[in-house]
Design a protein around this ligand. Structure first.
Ligand SMILES: Cc1cc2nc3c(=O)[nH]c(=O)nc-3n(C[C@H](O)[C@H](O)[C@H](O)COP(=O)(O)OP(=O)(O)OC[C@H]3O[C@@H](n4cnc5c(N)ncnc54)[C@H](O)[C@@H]3O)c2cc1C
Length: 369
């Protein structure tokens, strides 16, 4: 039996635990200092921008594609095990286009996607207003419709992953803050890790750090610690008397980096701000920026001006400093510690592909396949 410890139970740690639970030769423990989906994951909007992203090649595209494909099987699989529905919007993402000069670039992307087996539609103003009459005619010049992109409720997803992983034998400890990792060696080789936590010591043959912003502190003893910094996001939930436009066609609408995410019963999430820390690494929510996001959303969909604000919130996105997101690689100086962290703005989108990548790494190491 190989003992694996996953540190962190946001969407990334939970997805990893679930995918690893398919291997009967692993015993898996997940440690978190708080209940699941409380950090960045609990603040996220769950918009899965894969096909409509500008990434067309390399790992960035491969991971997006792998995640979108896995989501289509993962959601029904989890719903069957967890025995409750996960809000998963299959009506796609509609991106508003305000600049005629950008259209050739979108046309080109649509052609590329077609060769990759994915669909993107370019809608003219007439089609946009026919399908989405809620859009301000002065705002939407055209739109790009991506029917195969999705949106998922990140908290419901994470809780379902935890429930399903538990059903497959994974153990979770939710009041265990990891304080330090200590390598045990024999003949100069690291054989296992002792994990010191506020809930006692755990031993592992392999440790996975999926601790988001907490990863920085946990890697300080390594040769090359990771530097993950917060980028704050604020969002709000609105209630309208009726759903916007056609109640049977409720895609995520996005424009100028503002998402309007349909929920049920005329409710919508609107977000999110992107607020960077100051030189001292501190960042606090700026209410003017949240107002700006709401004003932007109202400019696209004037009916939102009538909505009641049910709640507002903020969260910290884990962004790797000076290098691209995410970080999925061995922690340097360790043979049995792997990082799966720093997913910045796309952790919900990339969680399934991250879990697959981690499975591959471990399978290679342990000859599991
Ligand atoms: C407002 C907002 C909107 C967003 N919208 C989207 C979106 O639409 N689509 C998308 O894909 N992404 C979105 N994101 C980004 C997404 O939320 C993150 O990329 C993702 O949640 C990262 O997941 P994670 O599991 O790596 O980290 P987290 O969710 O932050 O989880 C890390 C976990 O590690 C635990 N931890 C840390 N240190 C320790 C320690 N020492 N010991 C024990 N436990 C520890 C924490 O308690 C936490 O539970 C959004 C983020 C924000 C803030």
């Amino acid at each position: 039996m190989t003992h694996v410890v996953v540190v962190g139970c946001g969407v990334v740690g939970a997805a990893i635990a679930y995918e690893l639970s398919q291997f009967p030769d692993l015993s898996i423990t997940v440690l978190d200092r708080q209940p699941p989906a409380q950090a960045a994951t609990g603040a996220a909007l769950g918009v899965l921008m894969g096909v409509i992203s500008q990434k067309v090649k390399g790992n960035a595209w491969r991971m997006r594609q792998a995640s979108l494909q896995r989501y289509e099987t993962l959601i029904p699989e989890l719903e069957a095990i967890a025995q409750h529905p996960i809000p998963y919007n299959r009506q796609g993402i509609l991106m508003l286009c305000f600049d005629a000069e950008a259209l050739p670039r979108w046309q080109q992307l649509a052609e590329t996607r077609q060769t990759q087996g994915w669909q993107l539609e370019i809608w003219n103003q007439e089609k946009l207003h026919f399908r989405c009459p809620q859009i301000n005619p002065e705002k939407g010049l055209a739109a790009i419709y991506s029917p195969q992109d999705r949106q998922v409720d990140p908290t419901a997803l994470t809780l379902a992953l935890v429930k399903a992983a538990r059903a497959k034998g994974v153990t979770f400890h939710f009041e265990a803050q990891v304080l330090a990792l200590e390598s045990e060696s024999a003949d100069g080789l690291q054989t296992s890790q002792q994990i010191q936590t506020t809930a006692g010591k755990f031993s592992a043959d392999w440790v996975l750090i999926a601790a988001g912003l907490g990863s920085t502190l946990l890697t300080q003893a390594g040769i090359q610690p990771v530097d993950i910094r917060p980028v704050l996001g604020q969002a709000l939930q609105l209630q309208l008397e009726h759903p916007l436009g056609d109640r049977h066609f409720q895609p995520v609408i996005t424009g100028d980096d503002i998402h309007i995410v349909p929920l049920s019963n005329g409710q919508y999430w609107i977000g999110a701000t992107v607020e960077f820390p100051n030189d001292a690494g501190e960042v606090s929510a700026d209410s003017a920026q949240l107002e700006g996001v709401l004003e932007g959303a109202i400019a696209f969909c004037p009916a939102l001006a009538q909505a009641k604000i049910l709640k507002t919130w903020s969260g910290l996105r884990p962004r790797p400093y000076g290098r691209p997101a995410p970080i999925i690689e061995p922690l340097s100086g360790y043979t049995n510690v792997t990082l799966a962290t720093g997913h910045y703005r796309n952790g919900v989108l990339l969680a399934p592909a991250t879990a697959q990548a981690v499975c591959k790494l471990l399978a290679k190491r342990e000859h599991l396949y």
